[in-house]
Design a protein around this ligand. Structure first.
Ligand code: GLC
Length: 457
């Protein structure tokens, strides 16, 4: 076989391997989708809020599951729920001061307790000693600070009597043969109706909702998937009620290209910009300050400021968002550790947010210097070099010759002098010819992660 026919054969083979036209649920064009998501892509940084009855035991929002608590065991948390210090205006101010632009709160978590005033249950904040619609107050306060608002809604429900017992249910049996018997009298069709009704409520009772964060599907043995939620009809209803809403990817509609707007890597750092069939997709990592989402009094594994900023910068450097979680206490406050972390991030953001908002992954032609993260603003055409480990005076930008007009620190707009690289006597003459050398001050500027702003040619 000659070279030409071999090539032809190879390309034919490749063609058959290409994915068929992907299945779609809606007829939105890619341009329309980009437009719908543009504020979210620009804003990059949001606050997640996990709040519910689990704030009282204060040992993980999965406490009911982990300790296999019954409804009767759990009732004491409902009976004692009274967040007398709840002041969502304070929360909103803290989110904004941290540099966050949107927020997503648990309208209902897996425990089934509703922070919103649902007509379909009494298991809700308005029936506790607190007596008020927490979501209503929250939405008003966050909007007033100019933040976009989103709802987390748990598909899972460990309180609803019709929700069948599955492998993550608190009442899961040790013996798998026991499921059928345990589920006698439970009817997922009835639960689905409740789910649809409640999603309809949260999307109609509070005006324009910017994000819906559904959680979660777990297909397989004694699991739940899109059939259990009737996800296809659910997402159609959601889009009909809130045409501009942005929806995450946990309805188990992965077979459809538009079964969700963004992917949600949870509590781990992606190694590169996530793709689907070779195309980059929108993504948002959700992360905790410590391990738990709900308030956890005795947890000590809190990330430090540098780690938190690293999460944010690294997400943007790979084209993604960060949704950083706070688990308020049962009094309705952010505990001191959360407040301090937010404050420290806010101090950095105040001076450096230009490297975050509107930014994304840098074009491949800009090599990443050691111990750095790059972000890039495609509109202003500025490149941001985040110095994770503050270097010595001579800082090399490899292969940047001819590409930079001006260099400055972002936090104080002070010039950073550029020069041709200084040759070390042991280096070959041609080495580094395409590089640029920046002369940094010896002493690290007083910012957690200094950023160099490069104005490109
Ligand atoms: C997991 C957990 C849940 C948390 C969520 C946040 O799915 O079930 O507790 O709300 O992650 O992404």
């Amino acid at each position: 076989m000659n070279k030409r026919s071999l090539l032809l054969l190879c390309s034919l083979f490749l063609l058959t391997k290409l994915p068929a036209q992907e299945k779609k649920l809606f007829n939105e064009t890619p341009e329309q989708k980009e437009k719908r998501l543009s504020w979210w892509v620009n804003d990059r940084f949001g606050m997640f809020i996990h709040w519910g009855l689990y704030a009282l035991p204060a040992r993980h929002e999965w406490v009911k599951n982990r300790e296999r608590l019954t409804d009767a065991d759990y009732q004491q948390y409902f009976d004692n729920f009274n967040p007398d210090l709840y002041n969502p205006k304070e929360w909103a101010r803290m989110a904004k001061a941290a540099g966050m632009k949107y927020a997503v709160i648990t309208s209902k978590h897996h425990e089934g307790f509703c922070l919103f005033d649902s007509r379909y249950t009494d298991y809700k904040a308005t029936k506790t000693a607190y007596g008020k619609d927490i979501i209503k107050e929250w939405v008003d306060a966050f909007r007033a600070e100019g933040l976009k608002v989103g709802f987390y809604y748990s598909l899972i429900d460990w309180h609803h009597p019709d929700y069948t017992i599955d492998r993550v249910h608190p009442q899961r049996p040790n013996d798998t043969a026991a499921y059928n018997q345990l589920n006698q009298g439970r009817d997922m069709a009835r639960y689905r109706e409740y789910l649809f009704n409640q999603v309809k409520e949260i999307l109609t009772m509070y005006g324009k909702i910017d994000i819906l964060w559904t959680d979660f599907s777990f297909p397989g043995n004694h699991g739940k998937d899109h059939n259990d939620w009737n996800s296809v009809e659910l997402i159609k209803m959601i889009r009909k009620l809130q045409p501009d809403i942005i929806i995450n990817d946990r309805l188990d509609l992965g077979e459809y290209e538009d079964g969700g707007d963004f992917v949600t890597p949870e509590q781990y750092k992606v190694s590169e910009w996530p793709t689907r069939n070779g195309r980059k997709v929108h993504w948002e990592t959700c992360q905790t300050f410590s391990g738990s989402w709900g308030y956890y009094r005795d947890e000590t594994s809190w990330k430090d400021t540098k780690q938190l900023l690293g999460l944010l910068i690294e997400s943007v450097s790979k084209g993604g968002n960060l949704l950083l979680n706070v688990g308020p206490t049962a009094r309705g406050t952010f505990d001191v550790r959360a407040q301090q972390a937010l404050k420290a991030m806010g101090e950095w953001m105040l001076l450096n947010s230009r490297s975050i908002y509107g930014c994304t992954q840098a074009p491949a032609e800009y090599a990443k210097p050691d111990n750095c993260l790059l972000t890039y603003n495609p509109t202003t055409k500025r490149l941001y070099v985040h110095l994770l480990d503050y270097p010595l005076q001579n800082f090399t930008l490899p292969g940047y010759k001819g590409k930079i007009k001006y260099a400055q620190f972002l936090h104080d707009a002070s010039e950073i002098k550029m020069s041709e690289p200084q040759m070390h006597h042991s280096m070959g003459k041609n080495q580094g010819e395409q590089d640029i050398n920046l002369s940094l001050p010896v002493k690290k500027p007083d910012v957690e992660i200094p950023v160099i702003e490069l104005i490109l040619n």
